[in-house]
Ligand binder design. Structure first.
Ligand code: SF4
Length: 211
């Protein structure tokens, strides 16, 4: 089976298993997704959603983030860990969005990468979820499961992104990556993949190696 054919089977099986898989982060505005993703580094989405419930109420506009008192913002995001760095990045990003992008989150990879705290994973998530442009979001689940399946043999996120990009149609990339996250949480868990319950086992190199 070609890699493209395998990727197609995997994508369809994931869609059937997780038809409504969306980003697990709660947001309404484009910059709220950007800031939630920043907070989610080394933190769970569930905890981020608890924190942002209050955060987005207390800082209801982009300008309120840009003008935030840094120690107060640090305190507000403390439960997410690395709170000093995250608060500084969020305030700096809010300032840049206002001063250089007219208060909107930009829609190109190059512009997104200029924002403080934004790497390719975040940029691809924004391009896919906010702008519908697609983007392979390589988080820990995507990296691990893509290698187990044999869709790639890469350990560096940008190489996984490059390997998967031609295998998944642009318009499906965002949902595909969200579904891998759901799959990594409920079936292909890192410590002990539950292969017996897995809808992907027919296409999985790891399973067929008899592991
Ligand atoms: S068969 Fe096992 S290793 Fe392969 S994707 Fe499913 S749970 Fe993960």
């Amino acid at each position: 089976m070609t890699l493209s054919a395998k990727a197609g089977h995997v994508a369809r099986a994931l869609e059937a298993r997780y038809p409504d898989a969306l980003c697990a982060l709660a947001y309404e505005k484009d910059y709220e997704l950007l800031f939630s993703v920043r907070l989610a580094a080394q933190c769970t989405d569930a905890r981020v959603n608890i924190v942002t419930q209050t955060l987005f109420r207390d800082y209801p506009t982009l300008r309120s983030f840009a003008e935030a008192d840094l120690p107060a913002l640090e305190e507000a995001v403390r439960p997410c860990g690395f709170f000093r760095l995250k608060a500084r990045d969020i305030r700096a990003a809010a300032r840049m969005l206002l001063s250089e992008f007219g208060g909107r989150v930009p829609d190109t990879m190059n512009d997104l990468l200029r924002l403080p705290g934004v790497g390719r994973k975040t940029a691809n998530l924004i391009l896919g979820d906010v702008y519908g442009k697609g983007g392979i979001v390589v988080d820990t689940h995507c990296l691990r499961i893509a290698n187990l399946l044999g869709l790639c043999r890469e350990k560096e996120p940008h190489k996984v992104e490059r390997a998967l990009d031609p295998l998944i149609p642009k318009e499906s990339q965002s949902a595909f990556c969200h579904r891998l996250v759901w799959h990594g949480r409920d079936t292909c868990v890192a410590r002990r993949p539950r292969c017996g319950d897995c809808v992907l086992r027919a296409y999985c190199d790891f399973f067929h190696r008899g592991a």
